[in-house]
Design a protein around this ligand. Structure first.
Ligand SMILES: *Cc1c(COP(=O)(O)O)cnc(C)c1O
Length: 428
């Protein structure tokens, strides 16, 4: 399997190169040259497969030229070493809990897969790789944990000052070793722009072997599709499954769309967004209009120009009508998000985080009686404890793993949002 750029299909690169480079020179996104359809045997035996077995079956088509099968098996067992349970919240709605990994949010799987792939590729390469990551919250922690102490890899994380939760900040700023956190005086889009500019900067690229761990990297993006198979495995009735995906950069939901193209019979998707509703607006009227980023309670989704949009277009052959048919948009403001969290707890004794809450609410108004809704619960509620307490109007005790982390020292470096400052830091 080779990969092309969404901006030009004539240059194909192998998996290894796409992972190491992260972004093609033309500033598009890597995309598989063809989408494999999994065998009927795989789907009929899904219920008897373990999570790593599903992961291997899905991922081997993309990386078998560069990652031998025994290595892929080792990587997948290591990456998928925690559960992804499907929990019934109401008769018609289930929560796919993606927060049982080391940093309590769904980005662990992609980040760990990327870290292990790069570590493996780096064994035969003596140039040190520098990973640049812009994070709106959870990516940073997942990447930091995924790469912590991986030999030959240095990680630089950029996060928007004052716009991530205290716990998220601790997760990305306290590790040390090969992990450096930069606190940028700007928003997530500024952080993302700095990373993009660095990749295109000649001087920086001569000095450093840059790679990215954002959801734009195919090694981050592709394994997210595994969640959707794992959900199907646990569904009592797999007919008419509707997936509501709380979305920011649209990596997770486009990975679900990929799973559908690979044969998983997903009925339809809901792109669940907060006030940063560019995709719901696009689905509605066919125009992609970027507006300034709005800060919300579901801050991991505060993205005004989602970087995976070109992949969505590619999956549906640039056809707005096709997108409209498969995906419904949904948007929820902060006030109603809090209400949703309170109601869900009161009625069903299920604690939602503010991101999952938007997914849950999007299903409530949308399912017909033949459908079963699954929302992706993308973070552990304790990652957004202030919001949870505000919504439930009572104190919620922090689990022990959080209290330990909160004691640690923040070691981030502050920078303004100019590329000059960032470049000087990189070249220093
Ligand atoms: C990253 C993140 C999202 C958004 O996922 P995308 O793949 O960027 O759309 C949603 N919820 C949480 C908790 C996240 O960390």
């Amino acid at each position: 399997m080779k990969f092309y750029s969404t901006k030009g299909k004539n240059k194909l690169v192998p998996f290894r190169e796409a992972v190491i480079k992260s972004l093609p020179e033309d500033n598009g996104l890597y995309f598989p040259e063809s989408i494999p359809v999994l065998s009927p045997d795989f789907f009929s035996s899904l219920k008897s497969l373990t999570l790593p077995e599903i992961g291997i079956e899905v991922m081997k088509h993309f990386c078998n030229e560069d990652v031998p099968s025994n290595k892929l098996e080792e990587i997948m067992k290591d990456v998928l070493s925690f559960e992804i349970p499907l929990v019934k919240v109401t008769d018609h709605i289930s929560s796919l809990e993606l927060f049982h990994g080391p940093t309590y949010a769904f980005k662990d799987v992609g980040a760990r897969f990327l870290a292990r792939c790069l570590g493996y590729f780096n064994e035969s390469d003596n140039r040190k790789v520098t990973i640049l990551v812009a994070t709106s919250g959870d990516t940073g922690g997942a990447v930091a944990a995924g790469f912590y102490k991986v030999p030959g890899v240095k990680v630089i994380i950029l996060y928007p000052s004052g716009k991530v939760s205290e716990l998220q900040e601790k997760q990305l700023t306290t590790l040390g070793e090969n992990i450096t956190a930069l606190e940028i005086d700007g928003d997530f889009d500024d952080c993302q722009a700095l990373v993009k500019t660095a990749f295109l900067d000649k001087v920086v690229n001569e000095k450093l072997a840059l790679s990215s761990a954002n959801s734009i990297n195919i090694a981050r993006w592709l394994p997210q599709s595994i969640y959707f198979y794992e959900a199907f495995k646990q569904l009592e009735n797999p007919n008419n499954a509707v997936f509501a995906v709380p979305s920011g950069n649209y990596g997770n939901i486009t990975a679900g769309m990929l799973a559908k193209k690979m044969g998983l019979p997903i009925h339809r998707f809901i792109a669940a967004s907060n006030a940063n509703d560019i995709i719901p607006r696009y689905i509605k009227n066919g125009t992609y209009e970027i507006k300034p980023t709005i800060a919300t309670l579901s801050n991991a989704m505060d993205v005004s120009n989602p970087s995976n949009f070109p992949r969505m277009m590619e999956l549906y052959h640039q056809d707005w009508e096709a997108i409209k048919k498969n995906i419904q948009g949904f948007t929820l403001d902060d006030h109603t998000t809090l209400q949703t969290m309170a109601e869900c707890f009161k009625d069903h004794h299920y604690t939602l985080d503010p991101h999952g809450a938007i997914g849950y609410q999007s299903l409530k108004g949308s399912l017909d009686e033949t459908e079963h809704g699954i929302f992706l619960e993308t973070a552990h509620p304790c990652k957004f404890i202030d919001t949870v307490e505000q919504a439930l109007n009572r104190e919620v005790p922090l689990p022990d793993f959080v209290s330990d982390l909160m004691q640690k020292q923040n070691e981030s470096i502050k920078l303004d949002k100019s590329f000059e400052s960032f470049k000087n830091f990189l070249l220093d």
